[in-house]
Design a protein around this ligand. Structure first.
Ligand SMILES: [Zn+2]
Length: 179
């Protein structure tokens, strides 16, 4: 049940128990993410593994996959953006603890309160994965293609006198008239 990820959970308890949460959630259930998407369509697949390492450090292995609908800022059409994120998160209570974390942990700054919504962890990762200025790849973007066609047309116009000079049929015609 994906509703579990929307409840507040005690992080240390989840890590002690080695809990695993996996499933799918609609993007429409993640309001902060939804505000930067083109529409309400799409699913997010997640897997959150809670555990402790050899140093008894709590960590969360967060895997998130989604196909997000974004608006291309060049041609304003909707396109799909694949997201596949894997992070290893370690909860910390201060900047000093965050700086002393070994690789490849990413700090998750929490106050003394260690309760959190797992949906927030998933949503934060997705928001970070969305580009500041979403754009089609050049080959798929209508605006980019018409700009390229415009350049090609201008190029042809400039080339015309040259291609006329080198036209073999023009040379043939001249030979015929000389005979
Ligand atoms: Zn585009």
């Amino acid at each position: 049940m994906f509703s579990q990820i929307f409840a507040y959970s005690n992080l240390h308890l989840l890590c002690d128990r080695g809990d695993v949460f996996s499933g799918e959630a609609p993007v429409s259930a993640l309001p902060r993410l939804l505000s930067i998407l083109a529409n309400r369509e799409g699913l997010v697949k997640y897997k959150l593994i809670f555990d402790k390492d050899r140093d008894h450090r709590c960590y969360i292995k967060n895997s998130v996959k989604a196909e997000l609908n974004l608006t291309c800022q060049r041609c304003l059409e909707v396109f799909q953006y694949q997201v596949d994120i894997n992070t290893l998160i370690c909860p910390v209570t201060g900047m000093q603890e965050a700086e002393s974390l070994p690789e490849p942990y990413e700090p998750l700054l929490l106050s003394a309160e260690t309760r959190l919504r797992l949906a927030d962890l998933i949503e934060d990762e997705l928001i970070l994965a969305v580009p500041d200025v979403p754009k089609h790849a050049d080959v798929n973007c209508a605006a980019q293609l018409s700009a390229l066609r415009g350049c090609a047309a201008r190029g042809l116009q400039q080339e015309t006198p040259v291609s006329e000079r080198q036209n073999p049929f023009a040379v043939l015609a001249k030979l015929k008239s000389d005979q």
